[in-house]
Design a protein around this ligand. Structure first.
Ligand SMILES: [Zn+2]
Length: 161
């Protein structure tokens, strides 16, 4: 005894018109109306698929991050570049303190990690970058045009000791 008329909007995504009438004239709405969109079984199902999709995407990105963490490898050395030109390379396995670029930055290698102990730049972003040790990690001092990058064994980088 329910007269049900449903019309979809032009994009066919939202059910916009809904009528439910009992013969007695009472109106009974078993469906929720949210923001002008009637939620019927189809829309609820669609919503569940959306949630499922988001959950799947979150899971995939979590797994990707996990794999990246597992597969990243500690580098062999750091390469120091000034203005795009390599000026030095130091093994991460050898502890040491190195004055770079005539004293603008001081690089420390300690326990297989590299960090800048001192920089004369105003922002100190490079010093605050902290320690790096994995291949591809980098410390950049923009004001002094210094870049320190961790390289691996395969690198294709000329070894300058
Ligand atoms: Zn700096």
């Amino acid at each position: 005894m329910i007269a049900f008329a449903a019309h979809y909007s032009n994009d066919a995504k939202h059910l916009i018109t809904y009528n439910s009438q009992f013969a007695a004239g009472n109106h009974s709405c078993a469906l929720a109306r949210i923001g002008g969109t009637v939620m019927n079984g189809t829309n609820v199902k669609k919503m569940r698929y959306d949630i499922l999709l988001i959950a799947v995407l979150l899971f995939i990105s979590a797994v990707s991050v996990g794999l990246l963490m597992l597969t990243r490898t500690a580098g062999e050395r750091v390469v120091v570049e000034h203005n795009g030109t390599q000026i030095a390379s130091y093994l991460l396995s050898v502890d040491g303190e190195y004055v770079l670029n005539g004293g603008t930055n001081v690089l420390v290698i300690e326990g297989g990690e590299a960090y800048l102990r001192y920089a004369d730049c105003p922002d100190k972003v490079c010093v605050n970058t902290g320690r790096i040790k994995y291949e591809g990690q980098t410390i950049v001092c923009l004001p002094n045009k210094i870049a320190i990058t961790v390289r691996g064994t395969d690198g294709g980088v000329d070894i300058v000791q």
